[in-house]
Write a protein of this length. Sequence first.
Length: 330
Amino acid sequence: MKEFGYQRARDVTGAVALLAADPDARFLGGGTNLVDLMKSGVERPARLVDVRELPLDRVEPAADGGLRIGATVTNSDLAAHPEIRRHYPALAQAVLAGASGQLRNMATVGGNLLQRTRCGYFTDVSGPCNKRAPGSGCPAVAGEHHNHAVLGASHHCVAVHPSDMGVALTAFDAVVSYESADGPGESPITDFYLPVGDTPHRETALPPGALITHVSLPAAPVTARSRYRKVRERASYAFAIGSVAAALDIEDGRVRDARLALGAVASRPWRARAAEAVLTGAPADGATFAAAADAELAAARPLPDNGYKVTLMRNLVVSVLTELAEGDAR
Ligand SMILES: Cc1cc2nc3c(=O)[nH]c(=O)nc-3n(C[C@H](O)[C@H](O)[C@H](O)COP(=O)(O)OP(=O)(O)OC[C@H]3O[C@@H](n4cnc5c(N)ncnc54)[C@H](O)[C@@H]3O)c2cc1C
Ligand code: SF4
């Protein structure tokens, strides 16, 4: 592991200034991803700027009736927060479905959104990978890709984004706010993660050296009736091979409002807008839910060894929507 400096940031302006002064510096949240990547040689920062003592550790009410989540709120505190559990239950469920209790105690909201892919070629610095070494190639396309992307990928990279939290935040139209050397900025989470195209190494709309300060959840009545379901290869402590965050508002047997996002199928949490269009205004029944899933998955382009994900996601979407509808029958 390369030698590195360590500094604790005391305020947001100072944290941003420290990174602006040193392009080889990185922010340190809980360190649960960054430190692993430093050990494997994927990341080689000269300095770590620890952000955990910044005053960004609160979940607070926002002026529009939604919530403002500080970037250093731990995953554990987020999942346990009463307002999150009451108004955005799928978010609490998504966070609790990730990692382990010890990891969630360390991991922060900012770090979770910026965690890197678990593609095995990405973390093996002895071989090529377009995301880690642009232009070197993507061995996953012809190699091991059973857990890789079926939506929105390119032949330059077929990796998936690993965050569970990000899937629920995407369904709920969260907005990511940051502070950079050029001042504050924000991005809807649906634009925050960039399309893969031929630049898989460019992952987010965050300007270089910018600090995520908070994530805003808009108020929307539909989010209170939401659910997150994750499928993984073992019962716990594993990343998703497919996941769904869904919210459904039903009136007189018809869908009044629907939110749907899919996880572990694309380079970013995947907002299922085609499915939402089918759901909105339609009867809240199995035929509609299957048509919605099919509408979204029509764009799927599976690789030889991950076609199972299309079937899995169809069944998962129908199952989660059915559960929500049955819990919401009125
Ligand atoms: C064994 C294991 C199992 C896991 N299982 C799951 C799982 O099932 N689901 C899941 O979603 N995740 C899982 N994780 C990943 C875990 O959730 C992430 O490692 C964690 O959320 C990252 O948060 P952190 O604060 O530790 O980030 P760090 O490791 O500190 O940082 C990650 C990245 O974010 C940057 N960063 C941190 N904070 C900020 C900020 N405020 N502004 C700008 N940049 C910032 C860092 O510079 C770094 O590039 C697992 C991890 C492990 C080790
Ligand atoms: S899928 Fe992406 S991360 Fe994995 S080897 Fe290909 S370029 Fe690298």
